[in-house]
Design a protein around this ligand. Structure first.
Ligand code: SPV
Ligand code: MG
Length: 431
């Protein structure tokens, strides 16, 4: 009897999967691979049920001999283990970033005369509806909110990109790249105060009020499923912050980061060029404590952002504050720097990790941008935030287009660098 392998990355079995098993059965004994949680999240198919339950689900399907866990995106290990005569897959992976995985499988099978069989993907109303329902489920507050804590456990570093509108949210949600044979995408979204304010033509001084910031969150949650980290600036008055915590939880936000500043807040990247005052440890700890007390869900995180390095108060001050804020209940520490080199950030991370192994560390490498995600993870960083790069890339492009249309008194000269009309009118899917 021949052996047939097929890998599933789904929480719900529909007729498309049953069809694959039926076709596979015609070729031999069917072994189903269950893609591990860690790999699944790199596909933007975040699990709504744990790996063990997916294994049980696949095992219960008629025609399935055995279920194995596939731990890697590429099939090398699993093919070495099973040596299948056939690998069977829906033909939808012939296109897009997944085609690289398909090509690799073809090469692996060719080495010993195995065969790849592409089964026509089942597209119908029912399948479409199930896919849509699964996506909608992930976007619900109770799923979205807990996803950040899950990601911190599941991935070496949570890659977070800024979003300040439905459109930028969609970019973070949907961008998947294939690079050097691997697929990658962002894990979470950062609602930056700088970018949210800039998009509204306002300075980053807590001028855009919470009602408006919540509206931005809603614009994003309406069209995405990925978890949200909200830039809460100073958190405002403690008496107000407790309401903010409740509202963010209700909206399905996973975390708020508040910074230990007081008075008129200016953007940290000004550093000491402008007057900025750091809050006392006691004052800020009280705010964290009040927020934690107000919090109603288990999943939500209040992350304390330390501005000691930005304001040149020294490493010891940063570490003393980190200790105090964790003691006050902070679920994570963000340490910020505006140095070009990452040295002081890494020194902080190493020293903090010597005494605290688990509290998540967040960094925002806008200035110290040479450091890679792997290097940060090696120093104990759990979340990396690309805080403003989408806004900084869009603005110069838009400004140049406006200038050129003014210069040439028509739009022809800018057209080559624009998205086509066809692309823009079909960019957003209708339900
Ligand atoms: C933001 O994105 O608004 C931040 C990060 O707070 S920074 O601009 O670097 O202060
Ligand atoms: Mg900010």
């Amino acid at each position: 009897m021949k052996t047939v392998y097929t890998c599933f990355c789904t929480d719900v079995i529909h007729e498309g999967h049953l069809n694959i098993i039926n076709e596979a059965k015609k070729l031999g004994n069917v072994i189903v691979g269950c893609l591990s949680d860690q790999v699944l999240i790199r596909y933007n198919k975040f699990p709504t049920i744990p790996q063990e339950e997916r294994v049980k689900l696949y095992r219960s399907l008629p025609g399935v001999e055995k279920v194995v866990i596939q731990e890697k995106m590429h099939y090398d290990d699993v093919i070495a283990l099973i040596h299948p005569d056939y690998v069977v897959h829906g033909d939808n992976w012939k296109e897009g970033p997944e085609s690289t995985i398909r090509a690799h499988v073809e090469n692996l099978l060719a080495e010993y005369g195995g065969e790849l069989v592409d089964i026509p993907y089942t597209f119908n109303e029912n399948v479409r509806k199930i896919d849509l329902q699964l996506r909608e489920k992930l976007g619900m507050p109770e799923y979205r909110r807990k996803r950040l804590r899950q990601l911190i456990e599941m991935t070496p570093i949570v890659k977070t990109m800024e979003a300040h509108s439905g459109l930028t949210g969609l970019i973070v949600e949907k961008t998947v790249v294939e690079h050097e044979g691997k697929l990658d995408q962002f894990d979470a979204m950062w609602i930056s105060s700088l970018c949210d304010s800039t998009a509204k033509g306002k300075p980053d001084i807590e001028l855009v009020d919470m009602t408006s910031r919540f509206r931005t969150i809603e614009d994003i949650t309406e069209v995405t499923t990925k978890p949200i980290i909200f830039d809460g600036d100073t958190g405002g008055l403690t008496e107000h912050f407790v309401y903010t915590v409740r509202s963010l939880e209700r909206l399905g936000v996973s975390a708020v980061i508040i910074e230990d500043k007081t008075g008129l807040k200016k953007n940290s990247l000004f550093g000491t060029e402008v007057k900025q005052t750091q809050a006392s440890i006691e004052e800020f700890s009280a705010k964290i404590r009040a927020g934690k007390k107000a919090q109603l869900t288990d999943d939500f995180m209040i992350i304390a952002r330390i501005e000691s390095l930005i304001l040149e108060q020294g490493m010891d001050d940063a570490l003393t504050r980190a200790r105090a804020f964790v003691e006050a209940g902070a679920d994570g520490i963000m340490i910020h720097s505006r140095k070009k080199e990452p040295d002081e950030i890494l020194e902080f991370c190493d020293k903090f990790r010597e005494e605290n192994k688990h509290t998540p560390i967040v960094v925002v490498p806008s200035s110290f941008n040479t450091i890679t995600e792997d290097e940060l993870a090696a120093h104990g960083v759990n979340i990396v935030i690309y805080a403003n790069q989408l806004t900084r890339s869009a603005f110069p492009a838009m400004q140049k287009t406006a200038e050129d249309i003014l210069k040439y008194h028509r739009a022809k000269e800018v057209d080559d660098r624009l998205m086509s009309i066809k692309e823009i009118i079909t960019l957003i899917d209708e339900i």
